[in-house]
Design a protein around this ligand. Structure first.
Ligand code: NAP
Length: 261
């Protein structure tokens, strides 16, 4: 267990709450070293020993590492002084320099987890702005490993791009699943069967990719020169990959422009 105190502003939300829960479940730190805040007060995490406060400055003063897990539009009103502290921001679209300017933090880590933190299956790339010693870097990595896998990246722009890729978590698979089901229904397949088939493809069959190389899998299935080959060739001719590229660029440009109101 670490001896540092971690504070999570917005520690009762989807991301903040999931990270708090996972840090305790994985025994990263004792509950008394976890401080969380929100505006509305009471939350079940407080019953597990974490300290819930409504004063963000109190949280900052008590913490060695301050995580900001509020929505981007709420950042401007936080009004905290984090002089000498390291802030880890989960907020999409807010540059590290803006966070330093508003909080006086000595270092800012921009991290981009996704909704799968809830099941400890997120991928979290993170970027460090300013000086961060090896102990705190290792703490950041370990914290995000509590909710899946994590890796440091060397350019802040990568975080904006990855916000549109891994930051979207289940969104692309959900779009694929609904498209498969809708099209099957239009083709006359009963709705319940269409839903089962689409869910199997996206959620269950795709588990094979956890241990197999995706390109080798495509090559092997296309090698039968039958149904799968015809279906995938139609996707390729429809410029599937280019469409994915445009979608990622579109999301990344929103992240780069910033989401602050
Ligand atoms: N959800 C995702 O898939 C995802 C993926 C990547 C990145 N992110 C980023 O993660 C951040 C959080 O997203 P989320 O989905 O977890 O949002 P969320 O569920 O709405 O959680 C936000 C939390 O912040 C609290 N909060 C708001 N204003 C506050 C303030 N002034 N002081 C203290 N607490 C405050 C809210 O509680 P009260 O209302 O009680 O104050 C709430 O618990 C966002 O910046 C987003 O860009 C989210």
């Amino acid at each position: 267990m670490i001896s540092e105190t971690i504070g999570i502003i917005g520690g009762t939300g989807w991301l903040g709450g999931s990270i708090a829960k996972a840090a305790l479940a994985n025994a990263l730190l004792p509950a008394e070293n976890l401080v969380i805040s929100n505006r509305s007060g009471d939350h079940p995490l407080a019953q597990h020993g974490a300290c819930l406060v409504m004063d963000n400055q109190e949280l900052v003063d008590r913490s060695d590492l301050v995580i900001i897990a509020v929505r981007p539009e709420h950042f401007a009103s936080l009004n905290i002084n984090a002089t000498g502290k390291t802030i880890v921001s989960l907020m999409a679209g807010i540059p590290a320099q803006t966070i330093v300017a508003q909080t006086s933090a000595s270092a800012v880590v921009r991290a981009m987890p996704n909704a799968a933190v809830e099941i400890e299956q997120s991928f979290t790339p993170w970027y460090c702005f300013g000086e961060l010693d090896a102990t705190l870097k290792s703490l950041v990595q370990r914290l995000f490993e509590c909710v899946g896998t994590a890796a440091e990246v060397q350019e802040e722009g990568f975080i904006d791009y990855l916000s549109a890729l891994s930051g979207t978590g289940p969104a692309f698979p959900a779009l694929l699943m609904t498209a498969l089901a809708h099209q099957a229904i239009i083709a006359g397949i009963p709705s319940d069967i269409a839903q089962l088939a689409a869910k199997n493809v996206v959620v269950h069959s795709s588990q094979l990719l956890a241990t197999r190389d995706a390109q080798e899998m495509i090559d092997a299935l296309v090698g039968y020169r039958g149904v799968t080959a015809a279906a995938l060739q139609s996707m390729t001719l429809g410029h599937f990959e280019e469409q994915i590229g445009r979608a990622l660029q579109k999301g990344a440009s929103v992240a780069r422009k910033g989401l602050q109101s």
